[in-house]
Design a protein around this ligand. Structure first.
Ligand code: ATR
Length: 279
């Protein structure tokens, strides 16, 4: 049997999931394949309804389908149910199932790249309130953070995120007044697209962060974002976004191909070379 998986997006050309999964298939000497499917929003339901007929065992879902795909699943894992969004799909007895591994990927990357970071009991300041922030705040709460401050340009969106998760440890603030929140933060996470190649730089000073703080930027192009450079200049520990991209892929691969893969330096180097080549 040659299991086939695919990433579904619109557009999807930018996705590095095929590179990641094909690397693991090759290095683990497994038979199977992982492709890309450009699926327009109005075709998503039909496409997902025919997955098993097309011989596909599952796959990843990326922008803009994460929420719509969650609605189309027969069964959702607990995380996906809380977040209302999926990034990983699989079939069980022909029925479409989904879960969200973005938060797991975020934590695994943080654990791998900044061992000993202040997990339970600390305070996190999360910049941004989009889909990625939702998964990350949820994961930080599950990890036992005592307080998670969500700072967003649009305060209303941060408040919506806090309301969705319904946990009193979450506080929504305006990004413009959030620098003072940095004083008590053990972890600062940028989930906004600011700092990404071709986008505005993030207008946020790290000056008030304590020396123990870890700065995590989930942007991975460029690898060295302005925020990470500022953190390094201050002598703070940093975590880049590539690890989250790689680690979120692990549970899906294990489900479709039956072996739990590892995030190795060789995998990182291969993706970094691809990013450098397409810059
Ligand atoms: P994703 O699903 O990747 O999280 P998204 O849902 O489009 O993406 O969310 C993007 C986030 O980046 C939002 O929090 C957005 O802030 P608004 O909700 O106020 O729009 C934030 N963002 C994008 N560009 C930004 C910038 N230049 N400065 C600050 N925040 C920015």
């Amino acid at each position: 049997m040659n299991p086939r998986a695919t990433v579904i997006g619109w557009p999807v050309a930018h996705s590095r999931s095929p590179l990641i999964h094909s690397f693991w298939l090759r290095s683990l000497r497994l038979s199977g394949s992982y492709g890309k499917a450009a699926v327009a929003p109005e075709e998503l339901a039909t496409y997902l309804g025919q997955l098993s007929h097309a011989g596909i065992v599952g796959g990843n879902v990326t922008v803009p389908h994460k929420e719509a795909a969650a609605v189309l699943c027969h069964h959702l894992g607990e995380t996906a149910r809380r977040l209302g969004a999926v990034n990983t799909l699989w079939l069980e007895d022909g029925r479409l199932c989904g879960d969200n591994t973005d938060g797991l990927g975020f934590l695994a990357a943080l654990d791998q790249d900044s061992p000993g970071w202040e997990g339970g009991g600390g305070c996190a300041l999360v910049l941004g309130a989009g889909g990625a922030a939702r998964a990350i705040v949820d994961a930080l709460l599950a990890r036992g953070m005592a307080r998670v401050v969500v700072a967003n340009r649009s305060l209303e969106r941060a408040e919506k995120l806090a309301a969705l998760l319904g946990d009193r440890r979450v506080q929504a603030v305006d990004l413009r007044t959030a620098e003072s929140e940095a004083r008590g933060a053990d972890l600062l996470v940028n989930t906004t697209s600011a700092g990404m190649a071709g986008q505005d730089r993030l207008d946020f000073s790290l000056a008030a962060l304590p020396d123990r703080a870890v700065v995590d930027d989930i942007v991975y192009v460029p690898r060295d974002t302005p925020l990470l450079r500022e953190a390094t200049a201050r002598g703070l520990r940093t975590v880049g976004g590539l690890g989250m991209l790689l680690h979120q892929a692990v549970p899906g691969f294990e489900r479709w191909f039956g072996v739990r893969p590892e995030v190795t330096p060789a995998l990182r180097a291969m993706i970094e070379a691809d990013i450098a080549g397409s810059a």
